[in-house]
Design a protein around this ligand. Structure first.
Ligand code: GLU
Length: 564
């Protein structure tokens, strides 16, 4: 088995070097990590389908990208089943422990705690993880290979080790607290000069035997081990050891359920764009933006032109204004989805845009069905991972998974990172007596920005896209949709486009790109400009007449492999 894996490694290493020159395939794999893409490729070669491959990918990413994603976190999956011609969406978002109250992130005087380290690090931010149950449920319904087989690649890689990547090393270098918290400190850092701990260097062969043991248990026993067995005990013990007042209990884990939700779809030009409904704000905010933009001749505008940056930023600003007020877990809060997407409401919002200058004040609107809430204030440090897989039968997975911020809560159990997803809730529950829709409540899911997307043309699969990147995710993905549909670009070119957006007050331009030249023109139009790094991680698949092509974001460490 091990030899087989190694030979697959070497064959695909050659392909890896030439990822952008790949010939179109019968299917495609694009993930943020070369080992994960290779794991998917191996599964497909062994007769598995897109769901089997997605499971293998997520188990590998937990090991190789612990700063971004893992089985101690949550995920949203969109799955296109080719035989049934049917789209499914699975909500594996983390859930607040049943005992959580809306003062979770307030100090004794009722003020919100500082975000980092106070709110992020420790037991309060950890939501009940959803990934393993999502993987098992999707496998029960659609998987083809035996469950345990999907773990082989990740187990071998955990035991034999892999080379620490620049991104993993970089994240370890800038996190000041991780090196002080066990077991992460001993696992990811080594002794430096004097007392100082140094992050594992790039190229260091990293092994994670605890994670291998966890994988072996879940491979043989199933998700029940994670939610009711030894792994569940490890999670609760790790939390209790860090803070005896930890709220999560064994029953919270046992009661965790994934939710099959109706995918949120809407036409944009002649394409049907489908994405994740609430509790993600991703799909809904993207569809509002697209609907606002649909009336403009986007095709005639260059992606990096002043006009395009202006228009896109204004659409983003309008959509984010509503996102802040109305979006939250739909099982707790009535989200006015239809009102926000109605033609009448979109026309009204679009009419606010002036193509020559920035609208001075953008506030939230009053769509039909809206309740009166205060504005959510969200802070999100980019981590997360997105991947796309199309198998050679046309089954397709677009999945975004996360532990929230880099290395989640910094706590670990069973060799994996525990998320800090609960900081995606509003830190404060209300303002002047008016509630915030996305406030903490027991058993509630925090609002997300994750936007896994699948696009159809005449009911046939056309493209898949998605990205990590905190609250910027929605803009990254929306622009990739314009790239696919309006600008007719290949995924490998879309992932290179420089980023721009406005999520409220500031127009953000990606640093070290051609966009910097637009700063003064945009300022003359009234924009408050900030030039800054933008860490997207777009992974895109597109069906062309000759087959599937893909793109991996150069800002991350991804790999595209074709499927024959
Ligand atoms: N936790 C965030 C969300 O669900 C994603 C964080 C990120 O991409 O960095 O929206």
């Amino acid at each position: 088995m091990r030899l087989f894996i190694l030979s697959v490694f070497s064959i695909f290493f050659i392909t890896a070097c030439n990822a952008s020159d790949l010939k179109p395939g019968k299917g495609i794999i694009a993930t943020s990590n070369s080992h994960a893409s290779k794991a998917a490729s191996e599964i497909l070669k062994r007769g598995g389908n897109a769901i089997d491959a997605a499971i293998a990918v997520q188990l590998v990413l937990t090991l190789t990208e612990p700063q971004a994603t893992g089985i101690g976190g949550g995920a949203f999956m969109l799955y296109w089943d080719a035989r049934q011609s049917k789209l499914f969406s699975l909500d594996g978002r983390e859930t607040a422990p049943s005992r959580a109250k809306d003062d979770l992130f307030l100090d004794k005087s009722g003020n919100k705690k500082p975000f980092y380290p106070d709110a992020v690090i420790g037991v309060n931010s950890v939501g009940v993880p959803g990934v393993i149950r999502l993987l098992e449920e999707s496998h029960k319904k659609f998987g083809r290979l035996e469950w345990a087989k999907l773990f082989d690649y990740a187990i071998t890689l955990s035991e034999d080790g892999f080379a620490v990547s620049p991104d993993l090393n970089r994240t370890l270098s800038y996190l000041s607290y991780l090196k002080t918290i066990e077991p992460a400190a001993s696992l990811y850092y080594q002794e430096g000069v004097g007392e100082k701990k140094e992050p594992l260097p790039v190229g260091h062969i990293f092994r994670n035997q605890e994670y291998a043991k966890t994988l072996r248990r879940i491979a043989s026993l199933g998700a029940i081990d994670f939610y009711e067995g030894e792994t569940a005990d490890l999670i609760i013990n790790a939390l209790k050891e860090f803070d005896s007042k930890a709220l999560m209990t064994l029953s919270d884990l046992k009661n965790y359920e994934i939710i099959w939700r109706e995918p949120l779809c809407q036409m944009y030009r002649s394409y049907n764009i489908c994405s994740m409904p609430p509790p993600s704000s991703g799909g809904l905010t993207m569809l509002i933006m697209l609907k606002i933009l649909e009336d403009f001749d986007i095709k005639s505008l260059k992606p990096e032109s002043k006009e395009m940056v202006h228009l896109f930023s204004e659409a983003s600003r309008l959509a984010y204004a509503d996102r802040g007020y109305y979006m939250a877990d739909p099982d707790f809060v009535k989200v006015p989805v239809d009102g926000l997407l109605s033609d009448e409401y979109i026309d009204q919002r679009r009419s606010l845009i002036n193509q020559k200058e920035l609208v001075k004040e953008v506030t939230h609107g009053r769509p039909k069905g809206a309740l009166d809430f205060e504005k959510n204030i969200d802070i999100s440090k980019p981590s997360t991972s997105h991947f796309v897989i199309v198998d050679n039968e046309g089954n397709a997975v677009s999945m975004t998974s996360t532990v929230e911020g880099p290395f989640g809560s910094h706590l670990m159990a069973g060799g994996f990172i525990l998320n800090n997803e609960l900081t995606d809730f509003s830190m404060i529950p209300e303002v002047n007596g008016k509630k915030i829709a996305n406030r903490v409540e027991g058993n509630k899911r925090p609002m997300s920005s994750m936007t896994p997307t699948i696009i159809f043309k005449d009911s046939n699969l056309f493209a898949l896209t998605g990205s990590p990147g905190g609250t910027s995710i929605i803009n990254y993905v929306t622009k990739s949709v314009l790239g696919l549909i309006d600008w007719n670009l290949d995924p490998k070119d879309i992932v290179k486009l420089p980023h721009y957006m406005n999520k409220g007050k500031v127009t953000e331009l990606e640093e070290n790109t051609i966009l910097e030249d637009l700063q003064s023109d945009l300022e003359a139009m009234g924009h408050r400009v900030r030039v800054m790094p933008k860490r997207s991680g777009l992974h895109i698949a597109l069906k062309k007449p000759t087959g599937y092509v893909g793109g991996a974001d150069p800002r991350r460490e991804g790999l595209v492999l074709n499927v024959e």
